[in-house]
Design a protein around this ligand. Structure first.
Ligand code: GRF
Length: 210
């Protein structure tokens, strides 16, 4: 069948914080319900919980502090080098709080996905759940999308709706969105592993383009 892979999907996961989405991915892999391997986890912030989660799962965990680099481009070059070294195919942004440069996007063209805690294009940027509460929307949710230049931009792959209850505050709504994210992210990765979601651009140029 076209698109069906023989080998596990090789993922590089970029994080900046807690890493509960990373944990959901690691748990699905460990349970045998996601045919993938996390080859490396990279954080731009030192000592975050996501790094501990990676190490606990036996996954190489690196810190590449963005503050060590004079420019975004130099930081992104270091990320690309580490991800290539780990031989990853797809890049998963799981709470990664840096905007990527064209150089990074081109290095993994069409194979970078992000998760966002709102139904894009509503409420991009930070504080998406608070924005939803402030607006008074009755339905919000989460989105997995391909990453294009900008903040929370790119073609949408999948979304999940979450109802906003009258009694919700940031903690209760945020927790339900987070739980929905964990399911949605794993579900999209299963689709990628099964060839149901394919890269936006060829991973390598075809012979006629080279
Ligand atoms: C998630 O809400 C994700 O949508 C956003 O950052 C948060 C990361 O959470 N981009 P965690 O670190 O995976 O727990």
């Amino acid at each position: 069948m076209p698109g069906v892979r023989e080998n596990p999907l090789r993922l590089g996961v970029l994080v900046s914080g807690t890493g509960s989405n990373l944990q959901a991915i690691l748990d699905a892999i460990a349970a045998g319900s996601l045919a993938a391997e996390v080859k490396v986890v990279i954080s731009n912030r030192p000592n975050v919980q996501a790094l501990d989660r990676a190490r606990a799962a036996g996954v190489p965990a690196l810190t590449i502090p963005h503050k060590d680099f004079a420019t975004r481009e130099a930081f992104d070059r270091a990320l690309v080098a580490a991800l290539r070294e780990a031989e990853v195919e797809w890049i998963v942004l799981a709470g990664f709080m840096r905007v990527l440069t064209p150089e990074f996007l081109n290095a993994f063209a069409g194979r970078i996905i992000n998760i966002h805690p709102a139904l894009l294009p509503s409420f991009p940027g930070v504080d998406a759940a608070q924005q939803a509460l402030d607006y008074g929307v009755k339905i919000t949710g989460c989105t997995v999308h391909f990453v294009e230049l900008g903040v929370d931009l790119g073609k949408i792959i999948a979304q999940r709706a979450v109802l906003v209850e009258p009694s919700d505050d940031l903690a209760t709504l945020g927790a339900r969105i987070h739980a929905a994210e964990h399911e949605l992210f794993v579900s999209v990765l299963r689709d990628i592993a099964a060839g149901r979601v394919t890269p936006l651009a060829p991973a390598v140029p075809s012979a006629s383009e080279a």
